[in-house]
Each structure stands twice: as structure tokens, then as C-alpha cells.
Ligand binder design. Sequence first.
Ligand SMILES: Nc1ncnc2c1ncn2[C@@H]1O[C@H](COP(=O)(O)OP(=O)(O)OP(=O)(O)O)[C@@H](O)[C@H]1O
Length: 200
Amino acid sequence: MPLKGASLGYRYSKNEWLFREKNILVEPGEVVGLFGPSGCGKSTLGKLLSGHMSTQEGRVLIGGRSLADRTFNPVQLVLQHPEHAVNPKWRMRSTLAEAGEINPTLLDELCVEQEWLDRYPHELSGGELQRICIARALGRDTRYLIADEMTTMLDAITQAQIWQAVLRWAQANQAGILVISHDRNLLEKICFKVEEWTTD
Ligand SMILES: Nc1ncnc2c1ncn2[C@@H]1O[C@H](COP(=O)(O)OP(=O)(O)OP(=O)(O)O)[C@@H](O)[C@H]1O
């Protein structure tokens, strides 16, 4: 069941079209990079593919069916700033529970300490919070991850640790990943192929 963005077009209010006729394909188990100049629309595309924003032109399909036809969202989006993605009034255990049952091995591989789960978001570092957001995104029903500058704010060791765990999860579950990043080294290291965003 590939994730397909077909002939996508998007414009913010009455602005010019940011892009039109944009196509993207991620196959199960595939890691695809997306590289392009700042402001070209990569994050917007990520939000369309994950159903965080509605399409204006074109369609997002998984195995030929639209995201809206499903009871769960199999395409999870993780952004750069985890503090915007969690409820500040919830302890991490409740945040994590949003994804249903989480595989304890995954938490171990992401180096999430049990003690963090009793804390509130402001009691964790950005990197610790991001690991929990990633664990939440990799729930049982997730088929695709859109990683939009997901590890940009982290040090090199943490970044490597996280990607190792995420790539292992993807391989074990035959899940696909779209990696949006300005870090060409990272993309070349982890992706099967890198799509260059071209403004036609
Ligand atoms: N909510 C919004 N309202 C109006 N314009 C927006 C909105 N969100 C983004 N934009 C504009 O749309 C364009 C594309 O933004 P987007 O975040 O998708 O680009 P990007 O390629 O991910 O950029 P970067 O690499 O800098 O993160 C930018 O010019 C941005 O200013």
C-alpha cells in the first residue's frame, strides 16, 4: 500500500499557488528524502500527506484509498519542535497513551527512561520530549512517518541514536518514511532516494 500524493496543489488563502501538480510516492519500507529551498512548500506537503491540512487540488492516497476513509491515521507527522505537539498539562504517560499500546522495546531503543513518563513536558529537555513524540508517532497502526526536520535541533549522537531506532522500526514493520531535511548528509546516509524539490 504505497503513500501517494497525486497532482497536489496548495495556496494559502488568496496567495499565489505555492505548488501545483506535485507528485510524490513512498513505498512500504522505503525511506525517501525531500530536499529543497526554504519556503518552497516541503512542510506544507508534509501536512497534506499526513492529513493535517486538507488538499485543495489533487489527492492523498494509501493503496488507492483516501486518508479520510479510515478510522485511524496511518500517516504520522513529527515536526521539529515537540513542545508544540503535546498538551502542556498532561504528564508524558498520558501523551504516549494517545497512540494506544506502545512497544516497550521501541521505548528502550529510543532511550526513553521510564521516569520521564511521570513528568510534564516542561520538565524534559527538547531531545527527551522529541523521543517521546516519536514513540507516540510509531504506534501499532502507523504505516508511514513524515519526519519534518525531526532531529534538526538535536546533537549528533542523539540524532544517530534516534534514526537507528526509527529505521529499525520501519524495517520491522515495512513502514515508509518521508524525511524532510536541509541536512544533505543525513538524507544521503539514511534514504533510499532523495527527491529534489524543483519549482517548475
Ligand atoms: N499558515 C500560513 N499562511 C500563509 N502562508 C504560509 C502559512 N504557512 C506557510 N506559509 C508560507 O508558505 C510557504 C511554504 O512554507 P513551508 O513551511 O511549506 O516551506 P518549507 O519548504 O517547509 O520551508 P523551510 O525549508 O524553510 O522549512 C512559505 O512562503 C511560507 O511563508
